[in-house]
Structure formats: structure tokens, C-alpha cells
Write a protein that binds this ligand. Structure first.
Ligand SMILES: NC(=O)c1ccc[n+]([C@@H]2O[C@H](COP(=O)([O-])OP(=O)(O)OC[C@H]3O[C@@H](n4cnc5c(N)ncnc54)[C@H](O)[C@@H]3O)[C@@H](O)[C@H]2O)c1
Length: 412
């Protein structure tokens, strides 16, 4: 079998490697020539995919910027970005571009599967007409399905193989072909009635997380005013063996998915005279968190008799989540921006992020002088005990130093 993957990013590259590892020939297409060059040099640029895996799979992965090379594959998976515009509306630009280019080379009998997260209806309403510009009819002359990607950067306990894969086809035959495709790399395939159910299932997963994170963040702000330890409350509630799922408060939501995807649905819902209030409210609460963190920083400095201007503030961990260097929508960036605007002398330490060029900052070693250390993202391997030991005052936004019970540490 030969498959094609369009978009070789966080989603597309692991997928390409997984197919290649099963002996499948892969044609990977990306508009970013640097990614194509890296793969040709057998180098990975995605943290979760080790260089040695790319090197071992490289004989079977043919990376290119040319869509024409997709003409010889049996199935094509699309994993291009689905961001928001400046007005926070779905930006299908990359997806439309990729689909148009694909239509130019589409062959009779090929299967196309969209993996990018998007609103229900995208596959049928947008991809079908674009792909049919090829002169081929969807559902009969080529097959089409939607299957959401569930990759969670940094996670090692669940892999592409062990995570059930949801698939919805335009027709029964489309579904059958998509199931056969993914059976190569996934142990369990979950079929649904059509692309719309598959599209919405991915959004439900992301909105579920966004809403629950917002709920616990709102309670964290209230608990702070009431002088109740939110972490103690979460620990206590989480002892309930049913009907509760643990979510932890934090500095806000980051990554490419949670701050973006729910708004695809909010936008589509307006077409149906619906306002998706949970989505908007969760977005609002989570966006407020960096400002709340700033207030806690100001209070911590105030208690030490220091204004923010001129205070040396060390941020520990700036990527959006532990164990990865991904900075997309990272709340730490907002916190740095707010601190810099108030004249603070900001430094940061993050083993996954060597520099923040937009602020002219490079990661510093731990142990330097500071007035306040703020643990924003608790990476494994960082000695947070040493951070506490060497800093006059600490604000821990992740609850990672709670067990130390050190009086100079404040928790979120
Ligand atoms: N990153 C995640 O954790 C994750 C998880 C689940 C779902 N998703 C979804 O998967 C999709 C892809 O996300 P990602 O994180 O891999 O993005 P990414 O930015 O890492 O990768 C996308 C790739 O597509 C390429 N591209 C853009 N336009 C193209 C075009 N016209 N033709 C060919 N290539 C093109 C880009 O150069 C880039 O390399 C998004 O819809 C995202 O919401 C991402």
C-alpha cells in the first residue's frame, strides 16, 4: 500500500512515521520546504517523534512539496492547520488551498480522509465541491471520510495505535475503505454514521476539556478570595470514585487545540440560531487567567515591599504544557507581556524553549538572583525544590510544590 499525507506537522509527521513503520510507502506533502528538507535529511522537527524513528522510517517516507506525486497513492490523509482569523472566525484558508491542490491531481478510486479539526459539515459542504472540481464524483469515483486526530503532545501512555480512532464516511463504501486504512496503524476503529458525527465528536472532546478547565479556574479565583486552598478542594473531590473527573486549575489554556477549536463550533452554531454559551464562557474565563496570575504576582511582590517595575521575576516553564516546547497560545507569553509592560525585569528557565525572540529573552540557568520565581509550567526533570530553595519568594501556578509546605510559596 502507498498512502499520502498532506501537512507534515504535529499530526501529519507522527502519522507518516506510523504508516512507514508498518511497511507502508508514504508520500508526504508539505508547502514548508524546510520540513521536506529535514525529512530528507532524516531529521525530526516534532518533539514526540525521535530522530531515530524518522531515520528508520525514512526509506519509506518520500517528502515533497509537489502534489503531483500524490497521483500514485491509494489513500490521502489531510492534516493541515485549521486556525482562527484575527476576528476569531474559522480560517479554512490552508484547508481550501490543500484541497484545491489535491483536486488537481486526484485519481479515480482514491480515498481522501480529512484529519484536521473543524466544524461539522466541512467535509461534505466544503471538501466535496472542491474535490469534485477534479471531474470525479464523491462517494463513487473517489471516496471521502473524516477521522479526527487525537494526538496529545508529550503523552506516552497512549499512542496512535492504542487510541481508538473515530471514522465517519460519506457513504458505506467510503467508511469501509477508511476503516481498512486505519486498521494498519490503530488497534480499535470506532465507526459513526457520517463525517458530521465524527467532526462533532472531536469538538465535543475539546470543548469538554475547555469547559472543565474553566470551571476549576473560576473556582480557583473564588477560592483565592475566600482563602480556601483550591488544590486541597480538588484533591478531596477527586476521592469520589464515580461522577467526578479531576481537572486542575492553571495559568490558562494553551496549545493549538483548546483555545481555537471550540470557536469553530460556536461560529457554525450561529447558522442554526444557537449561541453556544458554554464555549464562549469557558473561553472568557480561561483567557482571564493570566491576568489573575499577574494580580497574584503583584500581591506577592507587594508583600515583599516591591513594585512590579524593576522587580526581577523568574518564570519557570513557559511552554503551554509540561514536557513539550510548544508555545502556541501559551499563557506564559501573556504573563511575560503583562510583566514587561509594567516594567518588570523578566527572565525565564525552560529546558524545552531555548529562546523567546519576541521578548529578546533566552532561557537562563536556575540559581540566579530573583525577587520572585513563578512556576508557570512544571516540566518533569526541573528541580522545583531547588527553585523554592534558591528564591526569596515563589508563586506556584501548578501546585507542584505543595508537598514542601514551605511558607515562602504561594499556590494559585
Ligand atoms: N497538534 C495537536 O496536538 C493536534 C491534535 C489533534 C488535532 N489537531 C488538528 O490537526 C490539524 C493539524 O494540526 P498540526 O498541529 O499538525 O499543525 P501544524 O501546523 O503542526 O502542521 C500542519 C502542516 O501543514 C502544512 N500546510 C499548511 N498548508 C498546507 C497546504 N496547503 N498544503 C500542504 N501542507 C500545508 C504546514 O506547513 C504544516 O507543516 C489541525 O486541524 C489541528 O487542529 C492537532
Amino acid at each position: 500500500m502507498t498512502v499520502g499525507i498532506v501537512g507534515l506537522g504535529y499530526v501529519g509527521l507522527p502519522l507518516a512515521v506510523a504508516f512507514a513503520e508498518e511497511g507502508v510507502e508514504v508520500v508526504g506533502v508539505d508547502v514548508d520546504a524546510r520540513k521536506v528538507e529535514a525529512l530528507r535529511a532524516r531529521r525530526s522537527y516534532v518533539e514526540d517523534v525521535a530522530d531515530r524513528r524518522v531515520a528508520a522510517a525514512s526509506e519509506r517516507i518520500h517528502a515533497t512539496t509537489r502534489y503531483a506525486e500524490l497521483a500514485r497513492v491509494e489513500a490521502i490523509m489531510i492534516a493541515v492547520p485549521t486556525p482562527l482569523t484575527a476576528n476569531r472566525e474559522p480560517d479554512l484558508g490552508p484547508l481550501v488551498d490543500a484541497t484545491r491542490s489535491l483536486a488537481g491531481v486526484l485519481q479515480h478510486g482514491q480515498l481522501v480522509v480529512l484529519e484536521s479539526t473543524t466544524y461539522p459539515g466541512t467535509t461534505r459542504e466544503r471538501l466535496v465541491p472542491l474535490l469534485e472540481e477534479s471531474g470525479l464524483a464523491a462517494g463513487s469515483e473517489f471516496h471521502l471520510a473524516f477521522s479526527p486526530e487525537r494526538v496529545d503532545p508529550g503523552r506516552t501512555d497512549h499512542t496512535l495505535r492504542s487510541t481508538p480512532k473515530v471514522v465517519g464516511g460519506l457513504t458505506n463504501r467510503c467508511l469501509e475503505r477508511a476503516v481498512a486504512l486505519y486498521e494498519t496503524v490503530c488497534d480499535e476503529i470506532v465507526t459513526v454514521s457520517g463525517p458530521e458525527a465524527a467532526e462533532l465528536s472531536k469538538l465535543l472532546e475539546n470543548i469538554f476539556r475547555s469547559v472543565n478547565i474553566a470551571l476549576v479556574n473560576e473556582l480557583a479565583m473564588l477560592a483565592d478570595r475566600m482563602d480556601i486552598d483550591i488544590w486541597e478542594v480538588v484533591d478531596a473531590a477527586a476521592t469520589k470514585p464515580f461522577g467526578f473527573m479531576r481537572f486542575e486549575p492553571g495559568p490558562g489554556m494553551g496549545g493549538h487545540c483548546l483555545p481555537v477549536d471550540p470557536f469553530y463550533l460556536a461560529w457554525k452554531a450561529r447558522e442554526y440560531d444557537m449561541a453556544t454559551e458554554f464555549i464562549e464562557l469557558a473561553g472568557k474565563v480561561n483567557k482571564q487567567m493570566p491576568y489573575f496570575c499577574l494580580e497574584k504576582i503583584e500581591r506577592a511582590l507587594n508583600d515583599a515591599g516591591k513594585p512590579v517595575r524593576g522587580a526581577r521575576v523568574l518564570l519557570v516553564g513557559v511552554s503551554y504544557k509540561a514536557g513539550v516546547g510548544d508555545l502556541r497560545e501559551a499563557p506564559a507569553l501573556k504573563i511575560v507581556e503583562l510583566l514587561v509592560a509594567r516594567g518588570a525585569d523578566v527572565a525565564y528557565h525552560d529546558p524545552h524553549v531555548p529562546e523567546l525572540p519576541q521578548f529578546g529573552l533566552r532561557s537562563t540557568e536556575l540559581g540566579g538572583e530573583c525577587d520572585l520565581a513563578v512556576i508557570v509550567t512544571a516540566h518533569p526533570g526541573v528541580d522545583h525544590g531547588a527553585v523554592v530553595e534558591h528564591s526569596p519568594s515563589v508563586l506556584d501556578l501548578r501546585g507542584t510544590t505543595r508537598a514542601l509546605r514551605d511558607a515562602k510559596v504561594r499556590q494559585l
